[in-house]
Design a protein around this ligand. Structure first.
Ligand code: ADP
Length: 257
């Protein structure tokens, strides 16, 4: 009985280990239609900055006698669009590699409070420039199993959005604390907010609330889909609550183990 019991325990341990190891990698299945749609949307989005660069280069080429000062606007637009293109390509690569499971989460024991602290420090400087107050409440030490680089990227996406969609004089609040066997990261802003009907689409690739208004702010419409992928790969949850004209909160909860 002891031998059979031992053998059964070993088999259960092996099966559970195999299952957990597979779960740790979570292969996210992407349908053929979704991949086609992704390629079509990506091509469309890539064409916009490329066209702007080409048009401005052609205009510059037509006036070889003009000085740099005279053509500074065209040069500036070209540079801005090149920057946008570069960000778009980087985001597209992240998503394409995550779809093909090429990009995996390097799970190690990390200090989440330190990751949040490091990231908010950078954004404090950027907030000062935009005259936005940034307050933090980070509890520590908070140790979790996760990928430091990806969690840093997640915070950059949420903080970058909070800063982008909050006007001068507004405020941002970031907290990070333990909540039972999970950790909760809250990024709350007093920005322009998001209407109820747009909230279900926020994590869709290329979704931007108001294409015309968003066009004036830098962005690709891919940030939140990357954020969702990072949270899912950590077996966590991301929740958004928002009110137009009042502000937006993103709450991320991650398991400690
Ligand atoms: P983007 O690069 O356009 O910011 P995201 O995927 O990060 O793309 O966000 C998708 C859209 O969700 C944004 O274009 C914006 O309209 C809206 N959004 C995201 N975060 C916020 C926020 N904190 N406040 C208001 N709107 C937001």
């Amino acid at each position: 009985v002891v031998v059979i019991g031992g053998a059964v325990s070993v088999v259960i341990a092996i099966v559970a280990g195999w299952f957990l190891a597979r779960r740790a990698l979570i292969p996210i299945q992407v349908s053929w239609e979704k991949q086609q749609q992704f390629i079509a949307d990506a091509s469309h989005e890539l064409r916009t900055p490329l066209t702007a660069i080409m048009v401005n280069l052609e205009r510059l080429f037509r006036h070889p006698d003009h000085t740099i000062e005279q053509e500074s606007e065209k040069i500036m637009i070209g540079m801005q669009e090149a920057k946008r293109l570069s960000k778009l390509v980087a985001d597209l690569l992240t998503l394409a590699r995550s779809d093909s499971n090429e990009l995996q989460i390097m799970s190690k024991r990390i200090r989440l409070d330190e990751v949040v602290q490091k990231c908010t420090q950078v954004f404090t400087q950027l907030a000062i420039v935009k005259e936005i107050s940034l307050e933090t409440n980070i509890e520590g030490p908070l140790e979790i199993a996760g990928d430091e680089e990806r969690l840093h990227q997640l915070l950059v996406i949420l903080l970058d959005n909070a800063l982008k969609y909050t006007n001068k004089g507004g405020s941002i609040y970031v907290s990070c604390k333990k909540d039972g066997n999970r950790v909760a990261i809250l990024v709350k802003d007093s920005g322009i907010g998001i209407s109820k009907e747009n909230i279900p689409y926020l994590f869709d690739r290329f979704f931007r609330v108001d294409k015309m208004r968003s066009r004036s702010t830098e962005g690709t419409g891919l940030g939140l889909s990357i954020a969702k992928w990072i949270v899912d790969a950590h077996h966590g949850k991301i929740h958004v609550s928002s009110e137009e004209g009042i502000g937006t909160s993103f709450l991320v909860t991650l398991p400690v183990k």
